[in-house]
Design a binder for this molecule. Structure first.
Ligand code: DC
Length: 571
């Protein structure tokens, strides 16, 4: 097994590769350290790094190997001498790009790298710039790890000040330090990307992971998933993946779950309060079971927290006159309750409401297309899938235009979709009135209830899709800390629905930070492949939900990074 991790300076390759080596029992091959070791030799011998022949001779005379210190950290040896510290000096930083740009030096290093890999009994995780493209083009897993230059500079500066995400040590770096590192990083990026031999670039089949907004653990988990999937692909009969689990197993897992779940969308996490389901409706798994009670009570017996029913009713008591919740009663032509729109399939909305919906989206669609000239790329395949399956669509969020574009596109292609919105929007009288009529589902901060889960599940089962923005509030800059509200995966799980990652770029350009007025900006949207729970390669509801959250959001950011590469300047 060969895992190739390429990427620019400071993207976290070493830390991630190191963690993957530990977790997946692979040998860690730090190829940057090898170019650095050659640079140490050149500097020690007073060789001018612009003298390609002299540098080549030095490289060919270098025997580089790796060892382990007592604390488990990797060490680097040059002809048997420990150069672990010597390869990390600013002087080496400043000269290594020139050394690494010499074709014959690269040839020699690639030869040594292949030899080291061949000697490993377990396989290797190698990190560098050309691993997936040149050194191991046959690697089973290829990752291109990237991050914005600002994010990388900040991390490097914090690292230099003693901080280390891998060990949890904290440190602060001043803005000047960050700026200085940023300058050096940009210089090195430019040199590594523009050199003639093996320039830094993703292999065509590499998975792009943008770590700007991911924690180390999220990146490692993503790469680990790829390794697990590749191992399964190599030995498909060994580990069958269970798509469905027995109910008993689900309940057992549910007992470990927190008492409530979080639904995405709002910036603060809404907590699902319990609400009893009608007796004839299967429970949406056990998401609302109180932990303390879970072991003692079957799911069906979970007691409501809000508005509990009277304990015992007289046998001959008449059923309440009011309409039973979630009953299938058809809607009136006009004057329905808001909840009626949440529980009823969009196809069954009364004709005047549907007419209004078409008129509204037609008008908004035409206007938005005119001003923002938005384009949905690779829509055909996604549209065909969405016509056949109710899916949870997740995407990044920068502007109010994001849901508008999606709704208009999906509506105009005959796909029924329900956006999930924060109930704060309802303070606007018009939105309060119109949102239910376009199928939108509200989530209330702190008090959203199980009804929401049931509405979503029923919608998905009916073939309607749910559109969710797990980043919550609109994200206006790459430097903003983004908290992902992972409840979307749980919603998808309750209906065993696929999740479709999707990304938009250009919408952040509409109103950049500091701008007073919005301006037109062309928008681009791209759909990713649908992700099924059975594809995740993990068992257990809790594990599947977690893996789905991570996989789907990593896919969203990867799509966004690719869009940014294809449409320079679009954020
Ligand atoms: O990843 P690093 O910063 O330790 O890498 C040091 C230098 O070596 C960097 O300028 C790019 C270069 N390098 C390379 O050209 N090819 C590799 N496979 C690894 C590193």
């Amino acid at each position: 097994m060969i895992v190739a991790i390429d990427g620019p300076a400071g993207s976290g390759k070493s830390t991630v590769a190191h963690a993957i080596a530990e977790r997946c029992d692979l040998t860690f091959l730090d190829t940057g350290a090898m170019y650095r070791a050659v640079t140490v030799r050149c500097l020690a011998q007073g060789i001018d790094v612009s003298d390609a022949d002299a540098v080549t001779r030095a490289a060919q005379a270098c025997a580089i190997s790796f060892g382990r210190a007592e604390d488990g950290a990797q060490t680097v040896q040059l002809d048997g001498a420990d150069v672990t510290q010597a390869i990390r000096t600013p002087e080496v930083d400043a000269n290594v790009s020139a050394v690494a740009a010499v074709p014959a030096v690269r040839e020699e290093m690639v030869r040594q790298q292949r030899e080291l890999a061949a000697a490993s009994a377990t396989g290797v995780v190698a990190e560098g710039r050309d691993i997936g493209t040149v050194v191991f083009p046959q690697a089973q897993v290829k990752v291109f790890l990237t991050a914005s230059a600002e994010a990388r500079a900040r991390r490097r500066a914090v690292q230099r000040a003693g901080g280390d995400e891998a060990t949890g040590s904290q440190a602060n770096a001043s803005e000047e330090e960050v700026r200085a590192v940023l300058e050096a990083i940009e210089k090195r990026d430019a040199a590594d990307s523009s050199r003639e031999v093996a320039p830094l670039k993703p292999a065509d089949d590499a998975v792009l992971v943008d770590s700007s907004e991911l924690t180390l653990e999220q990146v490692v988990a993503r790469v680990e998933e790829l390794v697990v999937a590749a191992r399964q692909a190599e030995a498909p009969v060994e580990e069958p993946v269970a798509a469905e689990e027995p109910v008993a197993a689900e309940k057992a897992v549910a007992a470990e779950e927190p008492a409530s779940v979080v639904v995405p969308v709002s910036a603060e996490e809404p907590v699902l309060a319990e609400e009893p389901a009608p007796a004839d409706e299967p429970q949406p798994t056990a998401v609302a079971v109180d932990v303390q009670d879970a072991s003692a009570q079957p799911v069906e017996a979970a007691q409501p927290q809000k508005a509990p029913e009277p304990e015992a009713k007289p046998k001959d008591a008449k059923p309440k006159e009011s309409k039973p919740k979630d009953a299938d009663a058809p809607l009136k032509l006009w004057g329905n309750e808001r909840e009626d729109y949440f529980r009823t399939g969009m196809r069954d909305y009364p004709a005047p409401v549907r007419g209004m919906y078409h008129a509204l989206l037609g008008a908004v669609g035409g206007l938005s297309k005119l001003v923002f000239r938005w384009r949905i790329e690779n829509a055909e395949e996604a549209d065909a899938f969405l016509r056949e399956h109710g899916c949870v669509i997740v995407m990044n969020h920068c502007s109010l235009m994001d849901p508008v574009v999606m709704l208009v596109h999906l509506w105009s292609h005959g796909i029924r979709v329900r956006p999930v919105y924060k109930s704060e929007f309802e303070s606007n009288g018009f939105l309060h009135w119109v949102f239910p009529k376009i199928g939108a589902l509200p989530v209330e901060r702190g008090t959203a209830d199980m009804k929401m889960v049931r509405w979503c599940r029923a919608a998905l089962k009916r073939g309607e899709s749910i559109l969710i923005y797990p980043e919550g509030t609109r994200v206006r800059s790459d430097d903003e800390q983004v908290e992902i509200h992972g409840g979307f995966a749980l919603l998808a799980h309750t209906a065993k629905a696929p999740v479709i990652p999707c990304a938009i770029v250009g919408s952040r350009n509409i109103k950049p930070v500091g701008a007073k007025f919005p301006r037109p900006s062309k928008l681009y949207v791209r759909f990713g492949e649908p992700i099924e729970f059975a594809d995740l390669g993990v068992r257990g509801r809790k594990e599947q939900v977690k893996a789905m959250e991570e996989r789907a959001m990593a896919a969203v950011w990867e799509l966004r990074s690719k869009l940014r590469i294809d449409h320079p300047g679009k954020l």
